[in-house]
Design a protein around this ligand. Structure first.
Ligand SMILES: Cc1ncc(COP(=O)(O)O)c(C=O)c1O
Length: 381
């Protein structure tokens, strides 16, 4: 008799990672691949983090840590909020997680029950909706187009009511668009009035191009803040992130994390304390992203990709390619096969409209990105 597979595991793939696998397979077969599919800095972890990791390897036991994270790191993260935003945070509210990805799982489990409705902007980061679905929650996609700068508004949220939660990202992935303080405050006020749990994904803070960065922490005591060492801190593979929780969520999240993960990675935690003292090196990476961004914003229109989301922050250009295809998945597969340029189809981020969009990451090396635009120019022509 056939043994069953769970229905809950029938989630959509995270297509960017499928593209990465296909691109890596091509590279291993000897092909020349240019990676614009993945949101991953070309740089390694900052040098002081690498030094701290070497010391921790020789001097620390590197066993399990406190489930909530090693105290020195929780304290350093709390200090980061004072230094960066002028916000006071009790280190007891900080929970260290295995990347922000584990933070989403813990937050969704602690905040919601099966069947609860959680709103998210579409286009948006695909794992939000796929994790929600695997947990038996209802992702409520809020279509947000160029007119809304790809971010939800109070009116759109009201129209989607009743809601139990809202997942927000500013800067967002894939569009990079950011909420101004007034728009952010309006959404926070709506959530407070309507009893909606706000979860603010702030993973792209620090990677912005002249826009003010607002943390939900400064606007709400009820919001959950999700962040990570993956993007600004250039530490994707170290699998380390953090949450700042309302006090009443800390113990439930601790109990969940004890059972699900025991603790986040010990070596990464010891090393990451130094990450906050590497601003000069890290801001150098942001300057590189800014140059890559300027290059793409100049070159893409010249090859016919002129309808681009604003890219206020993060390291992505989300481009409308409706004049080239109605099937972004097929278009990206062909581009990879015929040019070696790996890109992520819009359907990863938006199941309804994404068939006519593509996301290009400019987190990588400038020369690779320049070469990619040349190959795409010839291919599109
Ligand atoms: C918006 C957003 N949130 C969260 C993540 C997950 O990051 P990590 O688990 O590495 O912290 C990503 C990764 O691309 C992202 O783009």
């Amino acid at each position: 008799m056939a043994v069953k597979l769970s229905g809950r595991s029938a989630v959509s793939p995270f297509i960017a990672l499928d593209v990465l696998r296909a691109a890596n397979e091509r590279m291993m077969a000897g092909a020349d691949v240019l990676h614009l599919e993945i949101g991953q800095p070309a740089s390694p972890a900052p040098s002081r983090v690498l030094e701290a990791a070497k010391i921790a390897l020789s001097e620390e036991r590197l066993g399990y840590t406190d489930t909530l994270g090693i105290p020195a790191l929780r304290k350093r993260i709390a200090e980061h909020y004072r230094e960066t935003y002028g916000s006071e945070v009790d280190p007891d509210r900080v929970v260290v997680t295995a990347g922000s990805s584990a933070g989403f799982l813990l937050t969704f489990l602690a905040a919601f029950d099966p069947g609860d409705r959680v709103a998210l902007a579409s286009p948006g980061y695909p794992a939000y909706r796929n994790i929600l679905q695997a947990l038996g929650l209802e992702p409520v996609l809020i279509p947000c187009g160029g007119a809304e700068r790809f971010q939800p508004t109070r009116a759109l949220l009201q129209a989607a009511a009743p809601l139990d939660g809202l997942m927000l990202a500013s800067p967002s992935n894939p569009t990079g668009t950011m909420l101004e303080r007034s728009a952010f405050t309006e959404i926070v006020d709506y959530c407070r009035d309507a009893g909606v749990r706000l979860i603010s994904d702030e993973i792209y803070h620090g990677i912005t191009y002249g826009h003010e960065t607002v943390t939900a922490l400064a606007l709400s005591d009820e919001a959950v803040i999700v962040n990570s060492f993956s993007k600004y801190f250039s530490m994707t593979g170290w699998r380390l992130g953090w949450l700042v929780l309302p006090p009443d969520m800390v113990r439930p999240v601790e109990c969940l994390a004890q059972n699900l993960f025991i603790s986040a990675h010990s070596l990464s935690q010891h090393a990451a304390i130094s990450a906050f003292d590497c601003k000069e090196e890290l801001n150098g990476h942001v300057a590189r992203y800014a140059r890559n961004r300027a290059m793409l914003l100049e070159r893409l229109p010249a090859i016919g990709l002129s309808r681009l989301a604003p890219a206020d922050g993060a390291f992505y250009v989300y481009a409308d390619i409706a004049h080239l295809t109605n099937d972004s998945l097929d278009w990206c597969q062909r581009a990879l096969a015929e040019t070696g340029v790996a890109m992520t189809p819009g359907v990863d981020f938006d199941p309804v409209e994404g068939h006519r969009f593509v996301r290009l990451s400019f987190a990588g090396d400038g020369r690779e990105i320049a070469a990619a635009t040349e190959r795409l120019a010839d291919w599109i022509a």
